[in-house]
Design a protein around this ligand. Structure first.
Ligand code: GLN
Length: 195
């Protein structure tokens, strides 16, 4: 696949920033709001925002099951922050009845860092690729992962898991799209080319 077409789920959240970062990483980026648009993309980014709102809008726009079906079919997906929550098989501190797309065998705690500090920045070692500037905004952390999940980054306080990969699915607690460093998006674009 020479230039993959990567959709950014545009129900809610920081869509424009992801489109820009994907273009920096050499991908073709399009926004996706409807099941028909989902069919046209090779991969999907689920942005940061608010996972409870995103879940409700996914139900309203009939996107919950189509995204789940594409994930089951092996489509690469990257979720950042609220997007990480949307990719988790299990969530802690979710709203009543809160649903996710799921796909990554992990338990994610919503607003986990936010209980200690609302937002902060840190330099992380991401996937052994050296330092990466990461912005955390009312961010979740990963409480636990299954044996098929690879941990790609940890952060203080608490040496918490903040980036994971399971096959074609990638998730980060932080927002790489807000820093001008396209490292995570480049990593994802490489993943998409491999699949
Ligand atoms: N706290 C938000 C949630 O639960 C995530 C915050 C973010 O995406 N910056 O969805």
């Amino acid at each position: 696949m020479p230039v993959p077409t990567i959709g950014v789920l545009a129900l809610q959240g920081d869509v424009r920033e992801h489109v820009h970062a994907l273009e920096e990483a050499g991908a073709k980026a399009v926004t996706v709001r409807r099941p028909g648009e989902l069919e046209t993309v090779d991969a999907l980014v689920v942005p940061g925002g608010e996972s409870t709102t995103m879940w409700k809008l996914a139900v309203t726009f009939d996107m919950l099951e189509p995204v789940r079906a594409r994930i089951a079919g092996g489509m690469p997906v990257y979720g950042s922050c609220a997007g990480m929550i949307m990719l988790a098989d299990r969530i802690e501190d979710g709203a009543a009845g809160q649903q996710t797309f799921g796909g990554i065998d992990m338990t994610v705690r919503r607003n986990a860092f936010g209980r200690q500090v609302d937002s902060f920045e840190a330099d992380l070692d991401f996937a052994g690729r050296g330092p990466l500037r990461a912005v955390f905004i009312r961010a979740p952390w990963v409480e636990s992962v299954g044996s098929s999940v690879e941990v790609l980054a940890r952060a203080e306080p608490g040496d918490r898991i903040v980036a994971v990969r399971q096959g074609p699915l990638l998730a980060t607690s932080f927002h790489p799209e807000l820093t001008g460093d396209a490292g995570v998006h480049s990593y994802f674009a490489e993943m998409v080319r491999e699949f």
